[in-house]
Design a protein around this ligand. Structure first.
Ligand code: ATP
Ligand code: MG
Length: 591
């Protein structure tokens, strides 16, 4: 990344909270026993060498997308900047839909983005399902302390008695049953003696609370489902809102950062942790939850369910289709980890929901690649150009070597070279038989420069029987080679890109456009499939500069005038390159 794009950390409300906590020493006394655990476990440990602990807690039920990247950059970035640790935690407490394939891809994507979970001599990779024993024990404690009860109402009855925003809820007839009875039933639930859905364990808080989340939320349910980590050990599973604060506490998390929709859950988060601290299962200081606005990006859907639908219904070629907003898709499209980090810094962190323009993401990629991508010339829509005075000028020679900088911002990267010859490939759009005013490329009688080569003068064209142009004819103007003395004595207004017919290499190039035609594809409950862009990918057979034949997968280039491209990591091979357009150039080509 060039210096002026270096990531600079703009302060935000989370940084302010952390700095305040550090100044106040809020978390200075914590102990950490080198693995997650309850109060007794950590009490036996050392003072925590990590100043703060954050976590990135995906559910392994899909691939990560650009929205997750915001959360990753935030959580891992804060830990890095404040001498802390960010835990990589798989929130796998829901036995359905979770799989090892997703676990592996998520780990890969986080590392690809440039983050890791090794810190202070240990790995901080955790699975929430490893905490099921503690979660169960904590639930028994809540029952024994009179803070939870087994409710045998049907789901419909429970819903009906929950009340509304304006009306308080009604107490369940089971709310005041003896603790021993709830405890016995809870154990029977665990032992598989009751059917799925027959009863639930509920926290006993306040049925009249203005916050509906505090009206005795369910904390454990019966669900006979195989779990990818714990197999068939359990037939009861904790609810997410109960499991999450416990996971944070066991891991000694200090700042638990989540998206805004969890704001109303914060009182319950605190309630559970406080009750368990009263019981001695957890110790102060407890983790605190903070909410930030999720990323909403125009022309993109980020719900995992919708992304899954695009894949399973075959609207895209897979999770890593270059049009997908998944991290594997963006990577294959040509995005760099640095560009995504730059994007995350630029959009910042706030507490107000908003939409970010897709162009902001594209801008970050251009700014990252401009400084470092090698340049190359390619012709996407090839038309032959014949230089009719070649033999008169270069008697007996077939080629004339031309060269150009690998990257004009970095002369130290040297030059690349390619061959001018009797015939070269140019873009079909660079010739017009009758040119409109302001067109400075090829038309009969006009002079233009072949970039890094010579000035040429157009003399006409050849056509087939249908009148389609098959070749452009021109003469080369002597002593005008770029970089030679006097080359500029012949003034021209146009410059065109080209590839030599002798050394050009055939390549497949995939031109991508947005997957949706509407900025807010799923706004207002619209079926996002109805606004898919029918022309979101086009494959063309192009001719590319010879050096590109050796491109390795993931190599990125600026194809002059056409944009930034990457050698496809799946389909490209040396000698048979395939390039994806990552993003167009900012200024479109017109002269
Ligand atoms: P989905 O609702 O599509 O299933 P999710 O939020 O449930 O996504 P998780 O795996 O639970 O996905 O998310 C892991 C973390 O990533 C969470 O902490 C969540 O806050 C964060 N995250 C998910 N989507 C976004 C987003 N669009 N912007 C910012 N953070 C996000
Ligand atoms: Mg979720």
């Amino acid at each position: 990344m060039s210096e002026n794009n270096a990531v600079t950390h703009v302060s935000n409300f989370l940084r302010a909270v952390i700095e305040r906590d550090m100044a106040a020493g809020t978390y200075a006394s914590r102990r950490w026993a080198r693995s997650p655990g309850d109060a007794a476990h950590h009490a036996a440990g050392e003072p925590d060498p990590a100043k703060i602990r954050t976590r990135f807690p995906p559910e392994p039920n899909g691939y990560l997308h650009i929205g997750h990247a915001k959360s990753i950059c935030l959580n891992f970035g804060l830990a890095r900047d404040y001498d802390g640790v960010c835990h990589m935690r798989f929130d796998d407490t829901n036995p359905e839909k979770e799989s090892v394939e997703y676990v592996e891809s998520i780990k890969d994507s986080v590392q690809w983005l440039g983050f890791g979970w090794d810190a202070f001599g240990a790995s901080h990779l955790y699975f929430a399902s490893d905490y099921f024993d503690f979660m169960y024990r904590a639930a028994e404690y809540l029952i024994e302390a009179g803070h939870a009860y087994i409710d045998e109402q049907t789901p419909d009855e429970m819903r009906a008695s929950r009340g509304t925003l304006t009306e308080p809820g009604k107490a369940s007839p089971w709310r005041d049953r003896p603790r021993e009875e709830s405890l016995a039933l809870f154990r029977a639930m665990r032992d598989g003696q009751h059917a799925d859905g027959a009863m639930v364990l509920r926290a006993k808080i306040d049925m009249a609370s203005p916050n509906i989340n505090l009206r005795d939320p369910a904390i454990y349910r019966i669900k006979r489902a195989h779990h990818h980590n714990t197999g068939d050990t359990w037939c009861i599973y904790p609810m997410y809102t109960y499991a999450h604060p416990l996971e944070d506490a066991l891991e000694g998390i200090t700042h638990s950062i989540c998206t805004l929709e969890f704001e109303d859950q914060r009182p319950f988060y605190d309630w559970v942790l406080e009750r368990l601290a009263e019981g001695g299962l957890l110790a102060h200081p407890l983790p605190k939850q903070y909410e930030f606005a999720r990323l909403n990006l125009t022309y993109v859907v980020t719900s995992k369910r919708k992304l899954m639908q695009l894949v399973t219904e075959g609207h895209v070629s897979g999770w890593d289709d270059p049009r997908m907003p998944t991290l594997v898709g963006l990577r294959r499209r040509g995005y760099t980890p640095e560009a995504i980090q730059l994007f995350a810094e630029r959009i910042g962190v706030s507490k107000a929901d908003s939409w970010i323009d897709y162009a902001t993401l594209e801008g970050a990629l251009r700014d990252d690649l401009d400084g470092r991508a090698a340049r190359a010339m390619v012709v996407l829509d090839p038309l032959k150009l014949k230089l009719s005075n070649w033999d008169a000028l270069f008697a007996g020679r077939e080629t004339e070597t031309c060269s150009a900088p690998v990257n004009p911002h970095h002369p130290e990267l040297g030059q690349r070279s390619f061959m001018l010859s009797r015939e070269v490939w140019i873009e079909r759009e660079d010739f017009m038989e009758v040119a409109p005013k302001g067109y400075h490329r090829l038309f009969p009688g006009n002079r233009t420069r072949l970039k890094y080569g010579y000035v040429i003068e157009c003399t006409g064209c050849e056509k087939d029987a249908d009148g389609r142009i098959t070749a452009v004819l021109a003469t080369l103007v002597p002593d005008t080679k770029s970089g030679t003395p006097g080359a500029d004595s012949v003034k021209v207004k146009g410059v065109i890109t080209w590839v030599g017919a002798m050394d050009g290499v055939a390549a497949e190039i995939r031109l991508y456009d947005r997957l949706f035609t509407e900025a807010h594809p799923d706004a207002g409950g619209r079926d996002f499939l109805t606004v898919m862009n029918a022309d979101s990918v086009k494959s063309v057979q192009a001719i590319v500069e010879p050096g590109l034949a050796a491109a390795a997968p993931d190599d990125r280039f600026q194809f002059e005038r056409h944009g930034y491209f990457v050698a496809d990591r799946k389909d490209s091979a040396p000698g048979r390159p395939v390039f994806n357009r990552a993003v167009t150039l900012k200024d479109s080509w017109s002269r």
